[in-house]
Design a protein around this ligand. Sequence first.
Ligand code: ADE
Length: 364
Amino acid sequence: MVLEENRISSSEPTIAQRMLGWFVEHSRELPWRRERSPYRVWISEVMLQQTRVDTVIPYYERFLERFPDIEALAAAPLEDVLKVWEGLGYYARARRLHRTAKELERSAGGQLPQSSEQLEKLPGVGAYTAGAIASMAFGERVPAVDGNARRVLCRVFAIRDDVTRSATKRRVRALARELLPSENVGVFNEAVIELGATVCTPRRPSCSSCPLADECQAYAQGEQEELPVRRPRRKTPHYDVAAAVTRRDDGAVLVAQRNVEDMLGGLWEFPGGKCEDGETLKECLAREMEEELGVTVGVGQRLLVVEHAYTHFRITLHAYWCRLVHGEPRCLDCAAVRWVMPEALSSLPMSVADRKVAEMVQSG
Ligand code: ADE
């Protein structure tokens, strides 16, 4: 990596100088660092929201291959975008990327805006992502503080306030702004994120290999493992969910597409829903099939049980074989409904839990 020459020189390196030097030596080779177009920074930063680097890499490579630029993304059907995103989670991100690409094609010549202020107006782009794109792709002198960078800064400046509060986030962002170098701002921002991801880790940080160890107030006071402070998470609720694998005599099974504005919107599923208090799983399925598709089903044997954790809750998905007893399926509370042969299930975008059920259906 070649850095812009740094104009400021003094005997003691600044935090920014230390970070830039460290990043040149120690940063990981990541696919989005090979070529820095605004589109690539945008896609990678959206994928990296709430998702680990190792998970993102293969998705990023496939996404860029299939949708190499804004024009290709805008021209694709949403279902193709969701299919490439399948398994990455937080599907609203994919829907928003697609919607934004279409909007940029229509009204901005297919170009992303260059300032963080304008970028922040795009759907799904908050202060962090706008700062990351503006600094890394356009060189704007603006901070980009994600969870990794926030941890680094809370430790360096021994900030003991609850980091989940927005006042603390603002304070950390203001500190980050003060540290920005006059050149290489994007590299600096990425370096702080990288330090948080690889050295200044949540547990057992490697302070002996940290370029900021001399500056770090938490380290000086032996507090690096206690910071940052966050209020304890509430216990995540658990729901039992029933799903119907309704099979016709010709072997086709019934799938429904979730409403676009709902969680997992646009994905296909075996219809069903959350079990209410006092209801058995079979009663729940019969009710959900009436409400969602206007049909009466007979509920048969259980096919599979899948445990899955989302950010704010956990589910146990109970899939049952069903038979249509009465009525023709129509969408009362879904985006579309379709009979498909088991082998065709692979081409539909589905959530991780439903994909496991689909694989079971296909295997027997
Ligand atoms: N997390 C968020 N942005 C990142 C980046 N550019 N590199 C590595 N991890 C990140």
